[in-house]
Design a protein around this ligand. Structure first.
Ligand code: HEC
Length: 159
């Protein structure tokens, strides 16, 4: 092999190593979503998505409420009010009594599939005539938002 052939050979080997590395990364990622029976979770009023069970805090965690509130103001307030009537999306007043916590978290983190498969979400879409956009909210952020919703309902009840 002359010098050019050698360099080409080395380059090709390097590329193969790099691309193999990438493949490996995909395979060894975090464990994927566990198997669920969507029909079942929909029937239970928990919606469809990764969240199957939520432990609620009693009393509420003030730090989570605070974080939830700022996420709400940043990403949700344009379409959801905390009391009163619907704007673009439904008001959040009373949402924690209308819906199971699992349903709410699945609606936030898996909205496209919820609108496709969950009858209660579809009913909302019929009423609101706007699709809630997927805003890539993490499960942790969604959990903070849920805490804030419980606080909001407690505040509303006190009024
Ligand atoms: C562009 C407007 C818009 C934004 C922004 C938005 N939503 Fe929505 N949301 C909607 C609409 C509209 C619906 C009703 C379902 C539909 O039509 O898609 C809805 C429904 C919901 C519901 C179910 C309400 C119920 O009464 O059961 C929850 C929970 C919810 N959104 C959470 C959020 C959260 C959390 C955020 C912020 C991260 C957010 N939404 C941001 C428009 C929006």
């Amino acid at each position: 092999m002359n010098f050019i052939q050698k360099s080409i050979f080395i380059t090709v080997m390097l590329l193969m190593i790099v691309s193999c590395g990438n493949d490996k990364k995909e395979v060894s990622g975090p464990p994927t979503v566990k198997k669920v029976d969507p029909e079942m979770t929909i029937k239970e009023g928990k919606g469809i998505g990764e969240i199957k069970h939520v432990e609620l805090n009693d009393p509420l965690d003030p730090e989570m409420v605070k974080r939830g509130k700022s996420i709400y103001e940043l990403k949700c307030a344009a379409c959801h009010k905390l009391s009163g009537a619907r704007v673009v999306g439904p008001s959040w007043a009373g949402i924690t009594t209308r819906r199971k916590p699992e349903w709410i978290l699945n609606m936030i983190t898996n909205v496209d599939m919820m609108l496709e498969k969950d009858p209660s979400a579809q009913k909302l879409l019929e009423e609101c005539l706007t699709r809630m956009p997927n805003q890539n909210v993490s499960i942790g952020d969604a959990r903070d938002l849920l805490e804030f919703m419980y606080q909001n309902d407690a505040d509303n009840a006190g009024k």
